[in-house]
Structure formats: structure tokens, C-alpha cells
Design a binder for this molecule. Structure first.
Ligand code: AMP
Length: 512
């Protein structure tokens, strides 16, 4: 593991990584590393090749000199821990390194930074925005990892990335908690036993909100009254705020809906603690709740399946996703990750003549075709059978696998505009390969996306997929694609090798 303290060295390291065609993750931290940070590192390792963890106690995001002085620091221990995790680089610049004399610029933190923490800690998010943009510019990661623990921070950064067109994908990971429910935090270390016990009130109040929601209460005001009562009964903590907001604009809601976020901030002894919980139907996993909150539109459905929750919204919706929302859930590996692998496998992009377009749909990123050349799973095996090759090495002499729908939604009901955004990636990937003559479209989702956004057909003119395939189990047409310079392509439509009940016969003989 490299321990890097200067910007120039970090930039050099990042340049080398990019030149090798590897995907790079950045996990920004303020050090004093704990399980919360390590969960981000683990997720980054699952999804990217090279992991950089930055450690920098950013003075600009502290609103009091006392708080800054008190913040725990232990670089040596952090470095040892990251070494044991086989992280590739720890980037630990010093303050004059990042903010040399005369430094005066700052990044405007935007509207989402106004309420909640923004109101309680003036200047905090401006400091966060400034340092995060600097780190992104220095490291230029493909993917950056943040914790749900700082929900507002994640949303502020997400907007920065979208509004300033920063080329980085964000992945937000669920909050890691101690056995008693208290969110793991560097600040917990400053609590004595009594304060630490009192700190449980934060999570208990959030759980109370969740229980009330699950029992059918949908009036946010009533839920907040109960949460505040809980704090009032715990003299060891002083509540600063308790609120329930809708996740995209962070504005208080009157009625609870899936994806709403309950947030609390309170003081316990010397520490100011924050925590949050995303509300959703009982039994929903933390990952799915996050996905709901970071990718759903405000809920407007009317049909109540679970008391207090509208069914419509329980379906994951990505309608608000702008260019894949620059954000990914932790369930699906980011698309850049796949693109980096594709590029690595095709040093000569002129080789492939046929693009296969369809979801690789790995359960974990280790199962990606290009990441696991020796691997076997239903998808690879049946895909190879369909196109008539024995293994990945042979596959690569003629074919490339591009991914179609790679939004955070993997279900069958991907909204139209999400398909459109993903189609932009698809066009960009197809353009990489100058000699494509044919494409093979796998499955219904990819079919709809291809027909609608690459062949630019109106929905009324798209034949139902099953009807098209029912005769032979596959179908063919030749068409020109305007976004690929009017190139004429032979297009083969097949069932997805692993989804659904139908299988297409091998089309190897038609692929030349
Ligand atoms: P910090 O060092 O406190 O600035 O945190 C660095 C990153 O770790 C931020 O993205 C935090 O949201 C994340 N993080 C901190 N605590 C936790 C936790 N308990 N669970 C998940 N992520 C966390």
C-alpha cells in the first residue's frame, strides 16, 4: 500500500492507474477509521480494481476551533488498518498541502445544504463541498463511496456531481451500527459510559418512528411528537432537531411515505451526534431502503397496501435519475466498472464484429463475465452456447458484451427516461468498436431499450417481444442506426439466456 501525502504524488499515482485501464475508487474520510468507514472500503473493493482512501481532517467543515482540535486523529493506526485491508493507497495530505497560503476559492454547496445540518452548522457543507471537489479533481476516481450515516451530505454531494457535471459515480452504503443500535462514529470515542448509554436515544427515537409508521401512523407530526417525548425522558442527551423529510429536497413531510427519512441531531456530553433512518415497508433491506430514498421521486401514489405506505412507491423508481443520477445503489456495480473491464479485454477495439446487448445481471461483481474469465455461471454458459463459442478467449475474437439496462432498477418496470439515460451509455459503448456489423439483443428489457432509443421507434410501432419471437425463438432485422453514423447493422433478437422460461436456439450460424 502506498501512503501518499502530496497532491503531486497522488495525481501521478492516479494517472498510472488510469493508464492501466483500471477502475478506481475513492473513499473520502477524516480518519480515526472504524467499521463504518471499513464498510465503504469493502464495498469499493467489491466494485473497483484500485482503492484509494483519503484521510484528511478538513478544517473548513468545522464550525468551531474547539471541535476541530478535539476531533480524534490517529494516522498511524489508520494506515495499519488500511494496509491490512489491502487498500492500494492512503492519501493523507496535510492542511497547507490542500489549502496553501492564499487559498480562497470555495464551492457553493447548493440548496440542499440549507436545512438541517446546514442550519445548525453554518459553513459546514461549503467546507465539505470544497474538499470533496478538490479530492475528486486530484484523484479523479471512477466511483466515490459515502455513508448513509451522513444522509444530507450524500445528497449535497450528489447534487454537486450532477450540477457541476463531475465525472464520478457515487455509491452510498447503509449505516453501520453498534450492537445496541448506536451508529458507529469517530465522535462516540469522546463519550463516557453514561453519555454513551444516553446516546442510544437517537436510534431508539428513529426506531420508534419506524414502528409507528409500520403500525399505520402516517401523520408525521404525531410521530415527531412521540420522538421528542422519548428525548425529553432522556436527560443525558439534548435534542437539536428531529424531523422527517422527503429525501430529494429534504423538506419536512406531513404524511409518511416510503423513502421518507427521519433524521435526528443531539448532543451527548461533548459530542454532537447525528443519525437517520429511511422509512419503508416492514422487512425492507437497508440497501433497498437506500435505493428507495436516493432514487425515488416524491411519492404521489394513492393505493395503500401497508397502512401508511402507498404501494405505487414501494416499487423502485428511478424516474428522477439524471444520467443515471450520477449515483448508484450498492446492489449493482456501477457501469464505469464494466466499461473499464471491457476496455482492458479489447486492446484492439477494431476486433469485435458483433455486440451482444443484454444484462449480464451478476449477483455480485465478481461474477461479471469480463472480471471472471475462467468462471462459469448460467449466463456465460448459455450465452456462449447461443453464439457458438467455447470460452471467453474465443468469445473475444468476435464478440463484445455491452450492457443494456444498467440503471439502479434491475426490475422489469424500468421507467422510460431511465432507459433513455442508460441508452446514452450504450451508444457510447457501441461507438468504441468501429467494425461492428451485427448486434444480438438479449431479452425484453434490452429489446425495448434498443427499439425505442437506438432504432428511435415510437412505442406504438414496437412489436411485442413475445409475438416477434414466438415463431422461431429468435428474430432478425437489418436497420440503420442514426446515432452510430447511419451504420447498417444486422440485428438479432433472442430471449435472455437466464431470465424467463423461454430459450432461443443457437444463432451461431447466422453470425458469420
Ligand atoms: P467521516 O470520516 O466521519 O467524514 O466519514 C467518512 C465517510 O464514512 C462518510 O461518507 C460517512 O458517511 C461514512 N460513515 C461514517 N460513519 C459511518 C457509519 N456508521 N456507517 C456508514 N458509513 C459511515
Amino acid at each position: 500500500m502506498r501512503v501518499i501525502s502530496t497532491i503531486a504524488e497522488m495525481q501521478g499515482f492516479a494517472r498510472e492507474v488510469r493508464a492501466r485501464g483500471k477502475s478506481m475508487a475513492l473513499v473520502p474520510t477524516m480518519g480515526a477509521l472504524h467499521e463504518g468507514h471499513l464498510s465503504l472500503v469493502r464495498q469499493a473493493k467489491r466494485q473497483c480494481d484500485v482503492i484509494v482512501v483519503s484521510i484528511f481532517v478538513n478544517p473548513k467543515q468545522f464550525d468551531s476551533a474547539e471541535d476541530l482540535a478535539r476531533y480524534p486523529r490517529n494516522l498511524e493506526k489508520d494506515v495499519e488498518l488500511l494496509r491490512s485491508f489491502k487498500v492500494d493507497a492512503a492519501f493523507a495530505p496535510d492542511v497547507p498541502g490542500l489549502y496553501p497560503q492564499g487559498f480562497s476559492a470555495s464551492v457553493d454547496e447548493g440548496e440542499l445544504a440549507v436545512p438541517l445540518e446546514g442550519a445548525s452548522r453554518p459553513g459546514h457543507f461549503r467546507g465539505v463541498a470544497t474538499v470533496v471537489v478538490k479530492l475528486f479533481n486530484i484523484v479523479k476516481p471512477d466511483v466515490a463511496y459515502f455513508g448513509q450515516k451522513d444522509f444530507q451530505q450524500a445528497q449535497v454531494i450528489r447534487h454537486l456531481v450532477e450540477d457541476l457535471n463531475l465525472e464520478v459515480r457515487l455509491v452510498i452504503c447503509p449505516t453501520v451500527r453498534e450492537p445496541d443500535g448506536v451508529a458507529v462514529s469517530s465522535r462516540n470515542a469522546s463519550l463516557n459510559d453514561k453519555e454513551r448509554r444516553a446516546a442510544r436515544a437517537l436510534f431508539r427515537s428513529l426506531r420508534l418512528a419506524e414502528e409507528l409508521a409500520h403500525s399505520g401512523e402516517s401523520d408525521a407530526r404525531k410521530v415527531l411528537v412521540e420522538m421528542r417525548k422519548l428525548f425529553a425522558a432522556e436527560p443525558g442527551v439534548q435534542l437539536e432537531y428531529a424531523t422527517i423529510v422527503e429525501p430529494s429536497a429534504l423538506q419536512p413531510v406531513e404524511r409518511l411515505a416510503p423513502g421518507c427519512v427521519a433524521l435526528v441531531a443531539a448532543r451527548a456530553g461533548p459530542a454532537r451526534l447525528i443519525d437517520n433512518l429511511i422509512l419503508g415497508p416492514p422487512g425492507t433491506s437497508p440497501e433497498t431502503l437506500l435505493q428507495l430514498a436516493i432514487s425515488s421521486q416524491p411519492v404521489v401514489g394513492t393505493h395503500a397496501m401497508i397502512p401508511g405506505f402507498e404501494t405505487e412507491a414501494v416499487r423502485l423508481r428511478v424516474a428522477s435519475c439524471r444520467h443515471c443520477a450520477a449515483i448508484s445503489s450498492i446492489q449493482l456495480p456501477p457501469r464505469e466498472y464494466l466499461s473499464a473491464y471491457v476496455k482492458m479485454h479489447y486492446p484492439d477495439l477494431a476486433v469485435p464484429r458483433v455486440a451482444i446487448i443484454g444484462r449480464d445481471a451478476p449477483a455480485t461483481s465478481d461474477m461479471y463475465l469480463y472480471r471472471n474469465p475462467q468462471g462459469h455461471n448460467r449466463f456465460f454458459d448459455r450465452l456462449f452456447e447461443l453464439v457458438g463459442v467455447k470460452n471467453l478467449a474465443e468469445f473475444k475474437t468476435r464478440f463484445v458484451l455491452a450492457d443494456a439496462v444498467r440503471c439502479h432498477a434491475s426490475g422489469p418496470h424500468v421507467p422510460e427516461n431511465a432507459l433513455a439515460y442508460c441508452a446514452e451509455h450504450l451508444r457510447a459503448e457501441l461507438k468504441l468498436f468501429p467494425n461492428l456489423e451485427s448486434v444480438v439483443i438479449l431479452g425484453h428489457d434490452a429489446y425495448l431499450q434498443f427499439q425505442r432509443f437506438l432504432l428511435e421507434r415510437a412505442p406504438a410501432n414496437i412489436r411485442p417481444f413475445d409475438e416477434l419471437l414466438k415463431m422461431d425463438g429468435w428474430a432478425r432485422e437489418d436497420a440503420r442506426i442514426s446515432s452510430l453514423g447511419e451504420r447498417l447493422l444486422h440485428i438479432f433478437y433472442c430471449y435472455h439466456p437466464t431470465f424467463g422460461y423461454h430459450r432461443s436456439p443457437s444463432i451461431a450460424q447466422w453470425l458469420g
